[in-house]
Write a protein of this length. Structure first.
Length: 78
């Protein structure tokens, strides 16, 4: 059950970050540099976009793992 909670929370956090945060962060990072080619702009924008999404997935997984750990029932000690 702990894995299921971690997967669901990872997906939810990654989806929220993808919709609301990844594009503005990637655009801000691209605006900090000057480029010689539009391809360089697209490459950096894509890289930052994907890195933010992967980081959000990892954070969501950790949050779900922690929540799943709190909900886990311990067997009684004998």
């Amino acid at each position: 059950m702990r894995y299921l909670i971690a997967m669901i929370s990872g997906i939810i956090v990654a989806l929220g970050v993808t919709v609301y945060l990844s594009t503005p962060v990637a655009s801000w990072v691209v605006a900090q540099f000057s480029f010689d080619s539009p391809d360089q702009v697209a490459d950096l924008h894509s890289l930052v976009f994907m890195l933010v999404n992967v980081a959000a997935l990892a954070v969501g997984w950790m949050i779900g793992w922690a929540i799943g750990g709190m909900l886990r029932s311990e067997p009684p000690l004998e």
